[in-house]
Design a protein around this ligand. Structure first.
Ligand SMILES: NC(=O)c1ccc[n+]([C@@H]2O[C@H](COP(=O)([O-])OP(=O)(O)OC[C@H]3O[C@@H](n4cnc5c(N)ncnc54)[C@H](OP(=O)(O)O)[C@@H]3O)[C@@H](O)[C@H]2O)c1
Length: 314
């Protein structure tokens, strides 16, 4: 109750610029994504709820409309572990010809979802947290650019600190392999790639009016640890339950970053503070290498992104 009224108060001033803007939230059916979608609907944004499970997406929409009956809500189905699903969703969204002012790349899976290979032939956590996000975002870039000023928020994790650059390089060249499990390692690697992607995207969008940032949202009580097992991860999920903040706190922080006029793009935020994170996420050669690898992987699977090529030929 108290949370809602203080959020409302903040919203009346700080979040006013979000009114009438279109915001796409991936992973909007649970945790941080759902809380962010709700806060945005409450403050007058047009929210595109994106999820992998049609019934969950519909349920989320109904829940939000029950609380905010004048809410402006679109929905879309996009399973990040299927490149075809991503392409289909982007095509449908683009055909609606609605603007897109913010894209929140929030969907993600945690530590235990490793070693499964997707229908496209990639390791599941890599495709969900990295390649799927890369593909979806790039398909939406033309819409973001015509809607500029626009922002892309990529949700990462402070567990990038547990990732090692050499491991990330190996990981990013063997993405159909199984990996040695190491506490925080697999997940941290994917989240380091999210940071590389965010920075490289921001560079490539230079002067377009679209910026990209990476955000560690804080320790939040969500469903991400629901399938974790083993003593260390069970400890982690218990810690999240006991010490984590409600996802609504993470959502408020995201809204603050969405309207913060001081942002230039390319920042990494540890919750609400700009931070260096880890040195290699700022290495341009590394992020450019990763970008090119993603383009090649997509090409190998007969998927492509075209906005850079089209601009180059103008
Ligand atoms: N919670 C934390 O403490 C914490 C800390 C740092 C970073 N993060 C990051 O915050 C983001 C949100 O996570 P959360 O904590 O809110 O966890 P969550 O409650 O588990 O939410 C994750 C969302 O991602 C969706 N998703 C999973 N796989 C997908 C796929 N293949 N295609 C499309 N959507 C998919 C889920 O859909 P379903 O509802 O269908 O499962 C769900 O909506 C993640 O990127 C996570 O890595 C969280």
């Amino acid at each position: 109750m108290e949370t809602n009224s203080s959020a409302k108060q903040e919203g009346e001033t700080l979040w006013l610029p979000l009114k009438g803007k279109t915001v796409m939230v991936t992973g909007a059916t649970s945790g941080l994504g759902k809380a962010t979608a709700e806060l945005l609907v409450e403050h007058g944004a047009c929210v595109v709820l994106v999820g992998r499970d049609p019934s969950k997406v519909q349920k989320t929409k109904e829940e939000l409309l029950k609380k905010h009956e004048k809410g402006n809500i679109e929905t879309g189905i996009c399973d990040l572990i299927s490149l075809n699903s991503i392409r289909q969703f982007a095509k449908e969204f683009i055909s609606k010809k609605i603007p897109l002012h913010y894209l929140i790349n929030n969907a993600g899976i945690g530590a235990m979802d490793v070693d499964t290979i997707t229908e496209d032939g990639f390791e599941k956590m890599f495709q969900t947290n990295c390649l799927g996000q890369f593909y979806l975002t790039n398909l939406l870039v033309p819409t973001l650019k015509t809607s500029a000023p626009a922002r892309i928020l990529n949700i990462t994790s402070m567990l990038i600190l547990k990732a090692d650059r050499q491991e990330v390089e190996f990981y990013a060249t063997h993405i159909d392999s199984k990996f040695q499990h190491r506490f925080g390692g697999e997940y941290g690697r994917t989240k380091m790639l999210v940071c590389l992607f965010s920075n490289e995207l921001n560079r490539r969008l230079k002067d377009s009016g679209v910026i990209s940032i990476a955000v560690h949202p804080g320790l939040l009580r969500t469903n991400i640890g629901a399938n974790w097992w083993g003593p260390v991860w069970l400890f982690m999920s218990t810690l999240m339950k006991i010490g984590g903040s409600p996802p609504e706190d993470g959502a408020k922080n995201l809204l603050n970053l969405m309207v913060d006029s001081r942002l230039k793009g390319g920042e990494y935020f540890h919750v609400d503070k700009p931070s260096n994170g880890i040195a290699c996420i700022h290495d341009q050669e590394f992020s450019s290498w990763y970008w090119d690898r993603c383009v090649e992987w997509l090409k190998e699977k007969q998927h492509s992104i075209s906005w850079e090529k089209e601009e180059g030929s103008e």
